[in-house]
Design a protein around this ligand. Structure first.
Ligand SMILES: *Cc1c(COP(=O)(O)O)cnc(C)c1O
Length: 410
């Protein structure tokens, strides 16, 4: 398997800024030096809050910073209960437990996603059932879901690729008709909306990520958004190693003990302290990301009009969050050439998911419902371009110029 996006994302670090490193001579368009795919930037109060957390003498989970982060998420998304976790992966594992997925159960999801979406089901012995994606948003094609439902289907795991929402009204209606649970993998979805509603707040459960490659970050981090009241009490227990410690701390029981299955899903207060500083600056971060996204979109528009590449499509009902700027090249060869030339120029352009149905573990643990032509075709031609809050306009223009050269065969 090729390097994961996050491994690739860190192959060029910001500290390399002056030296092109072992790669070939920079492309004339990138005299400024390497342009990393992502740079995880502090936004303001991170160091002050870390110092405060250390001073609090409370470094384990669920201290004051974790509580402030949970409260912020609840305010911001309108979810019933937000629980910080150490990753989005962990939040999705909790969701699979809360849905009581059991061996032989089936979960419908796209193949075009990160491995964690599928692993959450597989860890319970459930079988991911892949259906194809829509060519416009690269999200699960809601029109294909019903045909994949069997008497073993328990849930639909929806992924909001690039912070552009899947068709949640249609998907929730299907779930209601068939008595299925919906988990939103909103790892990429912070600050994005569907019909005015924050991503992660629409399904029965939502999971968001604060990994350093996402829009707001904690290094590693995530949260479970519990939109359905029924899951709140048990979520506290699963996250606290299967104990009723939360009730004990709230004074609702006089000792705490082992009451259910569970694991350790709490992040340290240090992560929460960093994250709170990011939350406080989310508007600035989002403004900067949108500026960069819009600039790519404007500069590359003529190429799209000429049919030399395809740009992302955002349906009217979605407010995206500028999480990813990607282009879809007209052929696999053009994609290979673009990746080769960006690499030679020190530009951190990267492909994305190897479809899970074609991966060794996908073949072992999952099945596909029908052919997945859009998944296979789109994933083979997609390239993500550098995008972060501090990315300079001239860097964007240099990247776009190289994309244009490749698209035009120069
Ligand atoms: C990043 C990502 C994840 C994993 O998030 P972690 O916080 O690193 O566990 C899961 N799903 C999708 C779609 C992602 O983009």
């Amino acid at each position: 398997m090729p390097p994961s996006p996050r491994e690739r994302a860190t192959t060029v670090s910001s500290s390399d800024h002056q030296s092109p490193g072992p790669v070939a001579a920079p492309h004339p368009a990138t005299q400024a030096g390497p342009i990393p795919f992502n740079v995880p930037l502090p936004a303001g109060n991170e160091l002050a809050y870390l110092a405060e957390a250390i001073g609090n003498r409370h470094l384990s989970g669920d201290g004051p910073f974790t509580k402030r982060c949970n409260a912020w998420l609840e305010r911001e998304t309108g979810t019933r209960q937000a629980l910080l976790t150490h990753s989005c992966t962990a939040a999705m594992e909790m969701a699979a437990m809360l849905f009581d997925l059991a061996p032989g159960d089936e979960v419908i999801m796209p193949s075009f996603t990160f491995v964690s979406t599928a692993n959450a089901a597989v860890l319970r012995g459930a079988v991911p059932v892949f259906v194809d994606i829509r060519p416009d948003t690269l999200n699960i094609d809601e029109r294909l879901i019903e045909a994949a439902i069997t008497e073993r289907t328990r849930a639909i795991f929806v992924v909001h690729y690039a912070g552009v929402s899947a068709a949640m009204d249609e998907i929730m209606a299907i779930a209601d008709r068939h008595g299925l649970f919906v988990l939103e993998d909103a790892a990429q979805g912070m600050a994005a909306r569907y019909d005015g509603r924050p991503l992660g707040s629409i399904g029965h459960l939502g999971a968001v990520s604060f990994h350093e490659t996402k829009n707001v970050i904690a290094g590693e981090g995530g949260a479970l958004l519990i939109n359905d009241e029924r899951f709140v009490d048990r979520a506290h227990i699963l996250r606290e190693k299967g104990t009723n410690r939360t009730k004990f701390l709230q004074g609702r029981v006089d000792k705490y003990t082992w009451v259910d299955v569970g694991s350790s899903y709490l992040p340290s207060e240090l992560n929460a302290a960093f994250l709170l500083a990011q939350f406080e600056k989310i508007d600035e971060i989002q403004r900067a990301r949108h500026r960069a996204w819009e600039r790519y979109h404007r500069v590359l528009a003529p190429l799209a009009r000429e049919g030399l590449l395809a740009q992302p499509t955002v349906p009217q009902i979605c407010a995206h969050n500028a999480h990813i700027y990607y282009v879809t090249m007209p052929s696999v060869d053009k994609r290979v050439e673009l990746l080769r030339r960006t690499k030679a120029a020190g530009i951190g352009a990267v492909f994305h998911y190897v479809p899970l149905h074609s991966a060794p573990a996908g073949l072992r643990f999952a099945r596909q419902n029908g052919p997945l032509p859009v998944t296979e075709d789109s994933s083979a031609r997609l390239v993500r371009l550098p995008l972060w809050a501090g990315l300079a306009d001239d860097a964007i223009d240099a990247v776009a110029a190289l994309v244009a050269d490749v698209a035009r065969g120069r």
